[in-house]
Design a protein around this ligand. Sequence first.
Ligand code: NIG
Ligand code: FE
Length: 403
Amino acid sequence: MLVGIDESGRTARYGAELNEIGTLENAWLLTNGNRIKDYGSMDCFEEVEGCGVLDAEGGWLFPSFCDSHTHLVYAGSREQEFLDKINGLSYEEIAKRGGGILNSADRLHDTSEDELYRQAMERVNEIAAMGTGLVEIKSGYGLTLEDELKILRVIKRLRNDAPLEIRSTFLGAHAVGRAYKGRQAEYVEHVCNDMIPAVAGEDLADFVDVFCDRGFFTVEETEKVIRKGAEYGLRAKIHANELAVSGGVEVGVANKALSVDHLESMGDEQIEVLRSSETIPTMLPGCAFFLSIGYPPARKMIDAGLPVALASDYNPGTAPSGNMRFVVSLASIKMKMTPVEALNAATINSAAAMGESRDYGSITRGKVANFYITKPLPSLAYISYAHQTPLIKSVVLKGKLKI
Ligand code: NIG
Ligand code: FE
């Protein structure tokens, strides 16, 4: 069975369209180089001379997940803070004590670029095996010019070497670097005047991001950074409304952000603002799950006609997993999205949140041949229902069999 077929030319699915998905039973699919050339029913199958055949043995073929929001280049892990959380501290309290993002920045500073690359490549291979074919990775654990460049250079190396496709985001405004403690405004100037030009000068990023939230960066600071980014050709993807209704959605939409992400705290006004925009609202249920906070109002957003996307947020502090199948399952279990809505949000719409849905996110002639094949399934919903069962048997990325 082929799942996720779409020849409509759409670049995202809006509202009710999210609950529709193209399928074809008893089918074949032909790749040519790194692209999907054709597919059809086995009733009219003809072997192509010289072309290798991979028998799906009754399994289902899905378009690879697109994960539009991760921070997977980090050093070590933060399970000590996990224990602090179990013992009652909140994410914000841990951050205020100098833990959280600053803790990761200290570790990253003490880790060589090669070691960082090694650790990150392990995570990249892990998510590729779990069905992800296109991933966005942010900086933001450097917080000095030198260390931000170190992360972005690692992302560039990963991009060259990894089996899957990678996009890169500069997130210097993730927290105020230690050297600027108590001087947040000066740090923002440093991000704008020194970091962004250097990052753009080495062509290290596709996007710019800001953690626009209570206790982190204000709306005014966010606007400063994303406007500077825009001068250098970097489109904005904003961390908005994780800890509070932050104004991040509004500032993102006003500046034509590609996406606004998190959205655990959303009012009806923010949904209304998104309705009159092209900005993709991206939800990260793995973060809400790990922090035990409220989930984004997915149903309300879909019912309002929005093109919601799903991503993992893979990071050491709030979502230590890049498993997109689990993200899709959480979307159904915790946010009442149907399995079809969740799959579309995690493929075509998540590709749109990276500006890449013309090439990724569905089974479409001419798109990049990124897909995975499962064991035989009793139904489509089973893929998210059986959320821990290892169902993926093979992974094809850019037309090559990887697993
Ligand atoms: O998306 N919210 C901000 N940034 C990350 C977490 C970073 C961290 O705690 O290390 C997030 O959840
Ligand atoms: Fe994040």
